[in-house]
Design a binder for this molecule. Structure first.
Ligand SMILES: [Fe+2]
Ligand SMILES: [Fe+2]
Length: 140
């Protein structure tokens, strides 16, 4: 089911904050960026704004994972490696999405929205689950 609302993902003040100011701020900014991209695609498709917005989202995400890296040290090594793999696989998915956006092969509205919905789902699920483990490890 494709989301029709302008906001694809919402920041949840109750369940999402980790209590680490810089990470919480970056998470909010990442959700804002994905919502902005979603709103642009909803407004019109194909839209030349989609590629720069997605490229900005990738740069923000790369920076965010670098910010999170030192906090991963607090996790047991297995969990740390798994968390790093989640980041790596997500970057690959986002890079593939960008490659597809930048190709000259047309993409249907349904396809672009499904791909973006899947990326948005990853962000919220990762913040709520994997990054939450990080919060528990760093606070204890
Ligand atoms: Fe994160
Ligand atoms: Fe993470």
């Amino acid at each position: 089911m494709i989301e029709e609302r302008a906001h694809l993902v919402h920041w949840c003040e109750h369940s999402m904050p980790m209590g680490v100011k810089e990470i919480d701020l970056q998470h909010r900014q990442l959700l804002d960026s994905i919502n902005l991209l979603h709103a642009a695609i909803l407004a019109s498709w194909p839209d030349p704004k989609a590629l720069p917005l997605a490229t900005h989202l990738l740069a923000q995400t790369e920076q965010h994972f670098l910010t999170e890296a030192p906090y991963l040290q607090a996790l047991p090594s297995g969990q740390q490696r798994l968390h790093e793999l989640h980041h790596k696989h997500f970057l690959e998915a986002l890079q593939s999405f960008i490659l597809r956006l930048s190709s000259d092969i047309p993409m249907s509205t349904l396809s672009v929205r499904e791909q973006l919905a899947s990326l948005a789902e990853w962000y919220s699920s990762h913040i709520l689950n994997s990054d939450r483990e990080l919060s528990l490890a760093t606070s204890g």
